[in-house]
Design a protein around this ligand. Sequence first.
Ligand code: GAP
Length: 531
Amino acid sequence: MNASSESKNNLEQVVSLAKRRGFIFQSSELYGGINGFWDYGPMGSELKRNVREAWWKFTVHEREDVVGLDATIIMHPRIWEASGHIGGFADPMVDCKDCKKRHRADQLCEEQGAKLIQDGKNWKLPEGTKCTSCGSKNLTEPRSFNLMFKTYVGPVEDESSVSYLRPETAQAIFAQFLNILPTSRKSVPFGVAQSGKSFRNEINPRNFTFRSREFEQMELEFFIRPDEAVELICGRVTTLADNPDLTGKPQDDWGWDVWHKYWVEQRLAWFRSIGLPGDSLVEYWQTREELAHYARACVDIEYAFPFGVQELEGVAARSDFDLSQHQKFSGKSMTVMDDKLRLAVSEMDDAKKAEFRAKTIASWKASGKSEEDAGAFCDLLFEGRYIPHVVEPSLGTDRLVLALLCNAYDEEEVADANGKKEVRTVLRLHPAVAPIKVAVFPLVKNRPELYEKARGVFKRLQRYWNCFWDESGAIGRRYRRQDEVGTPFCVTVDFDTLENDTVTVRMRDSMEQVRMPVSELRSYLEEAMKV
Ligand code: GAP
């Protein structure tokens, strides 16, 4: 897939519209603002809520193998030790000794067409790196900066009360795995989804809401069998090389790489379904060097933002790393009993088991793992147990909202009622995410009969959708105001309505108008919103 690297919009126009029409405001603007924090206004809060709900519907409600979680933001600090965030969730930071500007070292290098040099656990700037603010080469060495926000739980501020605002929603899913498994009545393969706030003390928040210090994520941890368990159950493992059909129902014999690609495809299909065109998205497969040590594969789904093609969502195959870490740190077993596996191994004789063990040990050793670990893993499998592996699609809600706004923003030249040319600003948002679905206008407000009729239509539609009532100004002006916030349909009640109970429906994108009986309005709009 290719994204046109030149985005059609410019960020300033989107930022300006977002503020002017109540989508996104700078947090604490009254006091000069606070860098990296954003508030969603009347339109933005509806848009973001629709995005969240569309994600939940697609990821949880429309499936039978995913359940939800709503966990706390502050959790036991040992969770962040187990996850590796306390030890390693850091970015390299450099300061300019002249102008005192602080930079993220990797970004500073990238802006100058270079790459930060990694030397074991240390970083080095390439020769000639300059401060992008003042041009000075008088920069500090890059040093590690942990991105987690620290706080204290309880009245005493000492080391024992230190805690953290979560830097991702995902860890709570692993930490609650043992509670979710029996209460959900699901078995592997199944997933747990969570959306909510995350916090990262970013060195250099930028590009509007793209990189913020407080943001929202929508994450899914989809637990799968290790390939060895699939082989014991099905007698084979289907891999991507077998070219499986990813559009139908998931199959028992899928290996991890098929599940991973399946989720990449699912996510791309969902982005398209809420209005992001396929050609604005890029599927970037991380190279072996870029992958985290425990990850088997990771695809960044990128969007062509006005400031470049950048990550929207990561889909990672994380092996059994997370649950294994929590098993190690908590001392509690994270293994699951798999009935299909138990049945399969009960039918194996000792010779078959020995053959399987030898093959598994050889393959684990070839990938650098110990014979002892491979043997213990086989012993568990022969009991019908294993630690599940996981595929994680992880998406930033704010990034997606920004992508939807950038994609929807359009300006076009149109003629007004008198034929005079003017520029129409229109947000071509998909109806599923548009903040207001239908606006209702009385043609005039000083005719009580007409006014009451229009109020009746508005109240009836309000039962089904978020509707907006507007009685002020010329109809053309009212249409333009709705165009700017992306309302797909405007319904006007006029003098003919009083005669024959019909109204006009005006479409945002084509500006066409159709007349129809009030009795057909709901079913017409319902159908039209499906696009
Ligand atoms: N649990 C995995 C995880 O958190 P990540 O790549 O660090 O992975 C996932 O984050 C997604 O969260 C990103 O693809 C991005 O959409 C969003 N995200 C991460 N940092 C962000 C920030 N500072 N501001 C806004 N969104 C962010």
